[in-house]
Design a protein around this ligand. Sequence first.
Ligand SMILES: NC(=O)c1ccc[n+]([C@@H]2O[C@H](COP(=O)([O-])OP(=O)(O)OC[C@H]3O[C@@H](n4cnc5c(N)ncnc54)[C@H](O)[C@@H]3O)[C@@H](O)[C@H]2O)c1
Length: 269
Amino acid sequence: MAYNLLKGKRGIIFGALDENSIAWKTAERVHEEGGTFVLTNAPIAMRMGSIKQLAEKTNAQIIPADATNLEDLEKLVEESMEILGGKIDFVLHSIGMSINVRKGRAYTDQNYDWTHKGLDVSAMSFHRVMQTLHKKDAMNEWGSIVALTYMAAQRVFPDYNDMADNKAYLESVARSFGYFFGKDRKVRVNTISQSPTPTTAGKGVKGFDAFINYAEKMSPLGNATALECADYTVTLFSDLTKKVTLQNLFHDGGFSNVGVSQEVIEKFE
Ligand SMILES: NC(=O)c1ccc[n+]([C@@H]2O[C@H](COP(=O)([O-])OP(=O)(O)OC[C@H]3O[C@@H](n4cnc5c(N)ncnc54)[C@H](O)[C@@H]3O)[C@@H](O)[C@H]2O)c1
């Protein structure tokens, strides 16, 4: 169902790789709600993924940008305002990558070059995106910026590896930059802490299949899907959530506040 919640709003959506991506579902939902946007991803993802199909479906243009490269981001923000015909109302940061995870390096045996790269891509990129938008005065008043995160920022999930630290940094940047963006421009900044979701990034984490089943059994409402995450993001981009800012918002079917569930108890009886 569509509610026209984003009619007339313009945005930038980072991180749609393929149809499983949370950013992909978000782009589809934002389009249904009347928003217009530019799609962006790292140049290498353009070759690997199928973002062109999404662009056609949602009448969006694609601007490649490596989220670790300031020049790319400056160009992206300038060109997006030209294409969309004005300042930006919403931004989705849906970017994550750890080389240590990808290459199976244990948390206790990090390759620090890889750790740096992962931090740069997954967390510092969020600061870079916001600093670029802020410096260029590219956001409209009452605009909304959302980044996606995971609960490993607060609690230990051993196989989440250095991504846990990256997410803790990301959530902190949301609060710190959100303060300045709120004061200076009335722009809100939040992170959504999403359930495990079967995407390219998600499935890269060791033991993902067992873990997603465990989370499903622990959550009174079950895991939140990528599409449900897209719906939640739409509400945060809409005018119905104007005073929600500096928050880390759990979107996980209740998982984060459950100690143990009946299903899990039964497994150990
Ligand atoms: N899948 C899950 O279980 C889960 C759970 C909670 C949070 N998240 C977060 O959701 C976000 C989106 O991930 P997803 O699960 O949709 O997976 P995904 O693999 O579809 O998306 C990750 C995206 O990051 C992009 N990216 C990587 N390096 C980049 C760079 N240098 N510049 C620009 N973009 C770059 C990739 O191209 C890809 O589009 C990530 O922040 C992820 O950590 C995922």
